[in-house]
Design a protein around this ligand. Structure first.
Ligand code: NAP
Length: 286
C-alpha cells in the first residue's frame, strides 16, 4: 500500500485552514519569515514552494534576503528584530548557509517559540526530554503520516539509514518517544543489509538513489523513503521503489511521499508557534 503523503497533506491542510480562520477572527494573521543568505537554485525552488503553500492556506509569507558576505553579528541583529516583531510567528533560516556562518549558531539566535524548523538547541532539548516544543519538520511529517494510516509504532524495530541533525537524529528520538526500538545506521556502519533486513519500519534518509534494494527489506516491512535525488530532470528517492514495493506492506513514493508532509509540518508548526507564543504571554502575565 502506498503511503500517500500528498493526499494526507492536502487533507490536513483543509483542517489547518479552519484553524487559521479561527485565528483571523481573533485578529491574528499567521506569518512566516524566511531568511535567505546568498542564493542558489535549489534554495530558490524550496523557498518558492514554501511561499506558495503558505499563501494557499492563508499564512502570510515574507522573504528576508541578505548578501552572501553578511557577518554573523549582522545576521544576528536581523534575526533579533524578527524575534521582537509581534506580527511574525515563525522564523526559518534556509540552509545551506555560506561557509563562514555556523548554522547551529545562527539557528540558536531564533527565539524557541518561533523556531518552526525545530533546530534550536532548546527545541532539540525538548525533543530529547520528550517535552513540548517545536519539532523539526521532516521527522514530524513522517510520524504524522504513519499515524494518519493508523500504523502502530510502539514495539516496532525501526532502522534509520542516515544520522543527520535535520532528519536521522531527531527522527530516532521521535520514534523512541513513541516507544519503538531504534537502530541508526550511517556511512561507517558495518553489515548494513543484515540490520535493515530486521526492520519493521525502515527509513532511508541518505541521498543515494537505489541504495535500498529488495534483498535489504523484510517481507511486510514499512518503508519510508526520505531521499531526494535529481536524475535526468526527475526526482528519485533512495529506495528501488519497483522491487521493494513487491515485498513491503506500506511504502512512500518519491515524489508525493515524505516531501509534502515536510511542507505540511512547517505550516502546522507556524500555527503551533502561535499557540506557544500566546501561552508564553499568558504565563508572563501570571
Ligand atoms: P546528509 O546530512 O547528507 O546525511 C546523510 C546521512 O546518510 C549521513 O548520516 C551519512 O552518514 C549517511 N550515509 C551516507 N552513505 C550511507 C550509506 N551508504 N549507508 C548508510 N548511511 C549512509 O543528508 P540529509 O540532510 O539528512 O538528507 C538526506 C536525504 O534526504 C537527501 O537526499 C535530502 O535531499 C533528503 N531530504 C528530504 C526531505 C524531504 O522532505 N523529503 C527533507 C530533508 C532531506 P555519515 O553521517 O557517516 O556521513
Amino acid at each position: 500500500m502506498i503511503l500517500n503523503g500528498y493526499e494526507i497533506a492536502e487533507k490536513r491542510r483543509e483542517q489547518l485552514k479552519e484553524k487559521i480562520e479561527e485565528l483571523k477572527n481573533l485578529r491574528i494573521i499567521p506569518k512566516l519569515a524566511v531568511i535567505q543568505v546568498g542564493s542558489n537554485d535549489a534554495s530558490n525552488i524550496y523557498i518558492r514552494n514554501k511561499k506558495n503553500t503558505c499563501e494557499k492556506v492563508g499564512i502570510e509569507f515574507e522573504l528576508y534576503s541578505y548578501e552572501e558576505t553578511i557577518t554573523f553579528e549582522e545576521l544576528k541583529e536581523e534575526i533579533s528584530k524578527l524575534n521582537k516583531d509581534k506580527k511574525i510567528h515563525g522564523i526559518l533560516v534556509q540552509s545551506p548557509l555560506p561557509k563562514h556562518l555556523n548554522e547551529s549558531e545562527v539557528f540558536n539566535v531564533i527565539q524557541k517559540e518561533k523556531d518552526v524548523d525545530g533546530f534550536t538547541t532548546e527545541n532539540i532539548g525538548a525533543l530529547w526530554n520528550n517535552k513540548t516544543g517545536l519539532i523539526s519538520c521532516t521527522p514530524k511529517g513522517i510520524i504524522t503520516l504513519l499515524k494518519e494510516y493508523q500504523i502502530k509504532i510502539e514495539g516496532k524495530h525501526v532502522v534509520i539509514l542516515g544520522r543527520s541533525n535535520i532528519v536521522g537524529k531527531p527522527l530516532a528520538l521521535l520514534f523512541l518517544n513513541e516507544n519503538a526500538s531504534v537502530t541508526i545506521l550511517h556511512s561507517k556502519s558495518k553489515d548494513i543489509k543484515t540490520l535493515t533486513a530486521q526492520a519493521d519500519i525502515l527509513v532511508s534518509a541518505v541521498g543515494k538513489p537505489n541504495l535500498v534494494t529488495k534483498d535489504m527489506v523484510k517481507k511486510g516491512a514499512i518503508v519510508i523513503d526520505v531521499g531526494i535525488n535529481r536524475i535526468d530532470g526527475h526526482i528519485k528517492g533512495d529506495v528501488d521503489f519497483e522491487s521493494v514495493s513487491e515485498i513491503a506492506s506500506y511504502i512512500t513514493p518519491v515524489p508525493k511521499g515524505v516531501g509534502p508532509m515536510t511542507i505540511e509540518s512547517i505550516l502546522e508548526n507556524v500555527i503551533e508557534a502561535i499557540e506557544l507564543q500566546r501561552q508564553k504571554k499568558k504565563d508572563l502575565l501570571k
